[in-house]
Design a protein around this ligand. Structure first.
Ligand SMILES: Nc1ncnc2c1ncn2[C@@H]1O[C@H](COP(=O)(O)OP(=O)(O)O)[C@@H](O)[C@H]1O
Ligand SMILES: [Mg+2]
Length: 247
C-alpha cells in the first residue's frame, strides 16, 4: 500500500509544468493604408477559456479575429502568432450555402464515413434534429445560426472564434443562443474567443473579458462569478467611454 501512496503524492509535480496557451500573440500589428489598427498586440488565451472581446465599432475586433483564424495573410510576420490547428469560425450571418440542404452545409469540407453521423449529432445538439433536409431559406435567423454552430462543432475545434454571432438576432433568440453556446462550450471545452459589442453578452457568457482600444488590449478582466455582474458592467462601460450621463 505504501509505495502506491507514494506514487500518488508525487503525481502533482507534473501539473506544475506551465500549460501552453491555445493562442499566443506577441507584437501583432496590422495597418490598412498606413493606419494602424492593431498595434503590437500581446495576448495569451489559455486552453479551454471562454474569452469575450469588446470594443467600439472599428476598433479592430474583426481584424484581430481574422488574424487568429489565419484568414489574414498580410498580418503574418508582423509579430508572433500561435493558434491551434483545428479552428472554427462563426460570423454574424450563418454563411450557409443556399443550394445545399442543412446537413450538407454542416458537412461541407468534411469527409469520412462517420462524418454524416457526426453532422446529425451536431444538429441534434443545437436543437435542429429533424431539419437535416431543410433548405437554409426555410430556417429562421436563430435556426440558421444554430446550423452554423453545428457546422463549427462537427470539426471538433480546439478554438472557436465567433464574430458577433448573435448580432442580427432578436433579443429573445439571443438569450436562447447564449444558453446554447454556453452549454456547447461546457460539453466540448474548446477555447472560445467571442467578439461582441454587447457588454452584457460578454459578462454573461465569458470567464474573461478583453477590451480592444487604440490597437491594444486596454482592459483584461477575469470574471469572478462571486462578484456582482454590475461591477464588471460599470468598469467595462467606463472603459468603452460610456458614462452614466450618456446612458
Ligand atoms: N480589408 C480592409 N481594408 C481596409 N481597411 C480595413 C480592412 N479591414 C478593416 N479595415 C479597417 O480597420 C478598422 C478596424 O476594422 P474591424 O476590425 O472590422 O473593426 P471592428 O470589427 O472592431 O468593428 C476599421 O477602420 C476598418 O475600416
Ligand atoms: Mg467587426
Amino acid at each position: 500500500m505504501a509505495p502506491h501512496t507514494q506514487q500518488l503524492t508525487t503525481a502533482p509535480a507534473a501539473a506544475a509544468v506551465p500549460a501552453v496557451p491555445a493562442v499566443q500573440l506577441r507584437g501583432l500589428t496590422r495597418s490598412f493604408n498606413g493606419r494602424t489598427v492593431l498595434d503590437h498586440v500581446d495576448l495569451d488565451l489559455p486552453v479551454g477559456q471562454f474569452t469575450a472581446l469588446l470594443g467600439h465599432s472599428g476598433s479592430g475586433k474583426s481584424t484581430l479575429l481574422r488574424a487568429i483564424a489565419g484568414l489574414d495573410h498580410e498580418v503574418v510576420g508582423s509579430g508572433q502568432l500561435t493558434a491551434p490547428e483545428r479552428v472554427s469560425v462563426v460570423f454574424q450571418d450563418s454563411r450557409l450555402l443556399p443550394w445545399r440542404r442543412v446537413l450538407d452545409n454542416v458537412l461541407l469540407g468534411t469527409d469520412g464515413k462517420e462524418a454524416a453521423a457526426k453532422g446529425r449529432e451536431a444538429l441534434a445538439e443545437v436543437g435542429l434534429a429533424g431539419r437535416e433536409r431543410a433548405w437554409p431559406n426555410e430556417l429562421s435567423g436563430g435556426e440558421a445560426q444554430r446550423a452554423a454552430l453545428a457546422r463549427s462543432l462537427v470539426r471538433e475545434p480546439e478554438l472557436l472564434l465567433a464574430d458577433e454571432p448573435f448580432g442580427a438576432l432578436d433579443a429573445l433568440t439571443r438569450i436562447r443562443m447564449h444558453v446554447l453556446l454556453r452549454e456547447l462550450w461546457e460539453r466540448h471545452r474548446p477555447s472560445v474567443l467571442l467578439v461582441t459589442h454587447d457588454v452584457d453578452e460578454a459578462i454573461v457568457l465569458a470567464d474573461r473579458v478583453l477590451v480592444l482600444e487604440e490597437g491594444r488590449i486596454g482592459l483584461d478582466l477575469v470574471i469572478d462569478p462571486e462578484v456582482p455582474r454590475a461591477e464588471y458592467r460599470e468598469r467595462l462601460l467606463a472603459a468603452l467611454g460610456v458614462t452614466s450621463d450618456s446612458r
